[in-house]
Design a binder for this molecule. Structure first.
Ligand code: 6PG
Length: 243
């Protein structure tokens, strides 16, 4: 699969401007698309501002939510009402405030045994996404965060799951807490039509610069996101300050 020619870098003065831009994009894509749109969301704290914008005027009641199917790039293996749950954060910040059909929400069931859930989620993805000639699911849009260690989704540095070339989903573990996770694999991420990193804050500026300038950083999982489709970095000025 050909690597994306080069990433598109978008720098904004503040995180709300990033959120507005992404919200407008989602609105336009839903309006333009004949069929449903499959969007995989990231967890962590950065997407919160995006969700706040989506539930504010004009987006809350203007976006054609019934055409959008939400998935997750990863999930913590905890119950859906647990404080660590990416689904819980998304439900509280977004899903409870928009008129989106329940069948359009494809959460990773963190309460299930991890290996069982990785298999179930693989089937859920297969049942709802277009499958490429080579057998990979094709997300319309995957939104990713990046940790200060260069992880993305729940693909952590030096983890064996970075080598996965067959499965759609894998079980993983947070390297410090040992918390079990479920994550999409790199081939799935790299088969998406569009992948957008949403990264803010000065703490990540050095790594953002190294990865975008491709300074021998293949060890960082975020640097291995090289989709055939569009690759974008949405940054605030602090995260982009060393570019
Ligand atoms: C998760 C995320 C993870 C996140 C990064 C950045 O489940 O934690 O999917 O990959 O995007 O850790 O997190 P912040 O946005 O909180 O910095």
């Amino acid at each position: 699969m050909e690597k994306n020619v080069s990433p598109e870098i978008y720098v904004f003065s503040d995180t709300w401007s990033i959120a507005e831009n992404l919200s407008e994009d989602l609105q336009k894509q839903a309006l333009k698309s004949e069929k449903k749109i499959t969007v995989a969301l990231s967890g962590g704290s950065t997407p919160r501002v995006f969700f706040q914008c989506l539930v504010s005027p004009p987006f809350q009641n203007k976006i054609l939510w019934k055409k959008i199917h939400f998935f997750w790039g990863d999930e913590r293996c905890v119950p859906p009402d647990h404080e660590d749950s990416n689904y819980r954060m998304t439900r509280e910040m977004l899903l409870d405030h928009i008129s989106i059909p329940a069948e359009n929400i494809h959460r990773i069931q963190g309460e299930a045994p991890p290996a069982t859930e990785a298999d179930r989620y693989t089937i859920e993805i297969s049942n709802h996404l277009e499958i490429s000639e080579k057998g990979w699911p094709v997300f319309d849009w995957i939104i990713l965060g990046m940790g200060t260690d260069g992880h993305t989704a729940s693909l952590f540095p030096e983890s064996s799951v970075l080598q996965e070339q067959k499965e759609f989903c894998v079980t993983a573990e947070h390297p410090e807490t040992g918390q079990p996770r479920i994550s999409l694999t790199l081939p799935v991420i790299n088969h998406a039509r569009r992948v957008s990193f949403l990264v803010t804050g000065a703490k990540k500026a050095a790594l953002v610069a190294r990865i975008i300038k491709e300074e021998g950083v293949f060890d960082f999982p975020a640097a291995r996101v090289q989709p055939a489709g569009r690759l974008e970095w949405y940054l605030d000025e602090t995260a982009a300050s060393l570019l």
